[in-house]
Write a protein that binds this ligand. Structure first.
Ligand SMILES: CC(C)(COP(=O)(O)OP(=O)(O)OC[C@H]1O[C@@H](n2cnc3c(N)ncnc32)[C@H](O)[C@@H]1OP(=O)(O)O)[C@@H](O)C(=O)NCCC(=O)NCCS
Length: 369
């Protein structure tokens, strides 16, 4: 089909032109573009850019897809790229893709481009389902997807071959022709202003840079024995921290670090696992480095995260389980406003193949107390 120009308000989508060559080369030097778009040659030379402009982009149009330069409507300078490609046998499904040059980020360019492509593909091209596939570590792109009206569908295991040849997962976001197109809310809301604090501790979302601190904490014998999952390794902790924001957006878990408010030092971690969105019940778990224990920090953290869960995330019941020997944790919970609710015999799988009793606490949203 013939190449088209789309007016997206703050952005214009137009066919690629020879004049974009230098900006395309400069943009594609960005490590995130190289990381998240392994199909692009990297390093991206002038010859690569020339081939794309002269052959690659026109070929996409000839194949029933679309490949645009995203430009500033006032100056016609390159801001990024956007594409649409039919997928699947029925030819009623298409995939949407984009990148934004480092100099044009964080001002809504990707959102405007994704929205413009989507509305055109659904309304004018008659597709009934659009997919937007992102790396689970690519929180920025997942936020673009939500802002452009896509709903998270799930993780496709091993769906992409990365530059090293390894199979990696992709998170699928989907927008149907029947969807409203309104911005989709993340599964769990962001912390207001990016953090929670009571002046004693600060909680903020776990980032990839926290992996070593959390690994060291989780490796302490007294912390490791409260972990019921698989063995903790540095690789696993990196994997978890890199995906923490994605899990948050999915509404599965809100993983935070606990910082000493006075010094900013890493004091521990606390997570909220949204196990039962239907009943609006979540579970929290936490751990502190030994040098920060006995100062009320876990109490502050448990209170802050449960306040946030009830006031911002609509959670009604925040639960916490304690092993029978763990009186310290029960004291934390009582001080944080939780009450003992149940003694569940053999509730938890033990590492030795046996079962462990679970003494459960709960804090309930104000209006149901
Ligand atoms: C992902 C990318 C396209 C975002 O482009 P952008 O123009 O900066 O995005 P927007 O300004 O439209 O921002 C959209 C949302 O993402 C958030 N966001 C943008 N960059 C972010 C970042 N680095 N970390 C976290 N959130 C980020 C914005 O705050 C905004 O969130 P909101 O809607 O909740 O307010 C750009 O970072 C990029 O090109 N990355 C490398 C290539 C890539 O990942 N392409 C997508 C492959 S699937």
């Amino acid at each position: 089909m013939s190449e088209q120009v789309l007016d997206g308000g703050a952005v214009r989508l137009r066919p690629w032109a020879e004049a974009d060559l230098a900006d395309r080369v400069r943009a594609c030097e960005d490590p995130d573009i190289a990381r998240y778009l392994p199909e692009l040659p990297s390093p991206h030379t002038a010859d690569d850019a020339r081939r794309w402009i002269a052959e690659g982009a026109p070929a996409a149009w000839q194949a029933g897809g679309a490949a645009w330069a995203v430009v500033d409507p006032a100056t016609d300078r390159l801001l990024g790229a956007a594409s649409m490609l039919p997928v699947g046998v029925s030819r009623n499904h298409a995939a949407v893709g984009y990148w934004v040059a480092p100099w044009a980020r964080r001002r809504g360019v990707a959102t405007a481009a994704a929205r413009t492509v989507s509305e055109w593909a659904l309304r004018e091209r008659g597709f009934d389902r659009l997919e937007l596939l992102t790396a689970p570590t690519n929180a920025a792109s997942q936020r673009v997807a939500l802002a452009a009206g896509f709903t998270r569908e799930g993780v496709r295991r091993g769906a992409l071959t990365d530059r090293s040849g390894a199979l990696t997962d992709l998170t699928a976001y989907v927008r149907l022709a029947t969807d409203s197109g309104d911005r989709v809310a993340p599964g769990l809301p962001d912390l207001p202003g990016g953090q929670l604090t009571d002046g004693h501790v600060v909680l903020r979302r776990v980032t990839p840079a926290d992996a070593d601190d959390i690994f060291a904490l989780q490796s302490l014998p007294e912390v490791a024995k409260t972990n019921l999952g698989g063995p903790i390794t540095p690789e696993f902790m990196r994997f978890r921290c890199e995906r923490a924001e994605s899990e948050w957006l999915a509404g599965a878990r809100a993983d935070c670090v606990i910082l000493d408010a006075a010094t900013g030092a890493f004091a521990g971690d606390i997570g909220l696992f949204y196990q039962e969105p239907f009943t609006r019940q979540a579970l929290i778990g936490y751990g502190l480095r030994p040098e920060f224990r006995g100062r009320g920090m876990a109490t502050s953290a448990a209170r802050l995260i449960s306040d946030w869960a009830m006031e911002h995330a609509g959670i009604i019941r925040v639960c916490a389980g304690t092993f029978p020997y763990n009186e310290a944790s029960r004291n934390v919970l009582r001080r944080a406003g939780f009450e003992q609710e149940a003694y569940l015999k053999a509730k938890l799988p033990g590492r030795d193949g046996g079962r462990i009793d679970d003494i459960q606490f709960v804090r309930i949203a104000e209006q149901y107390r």
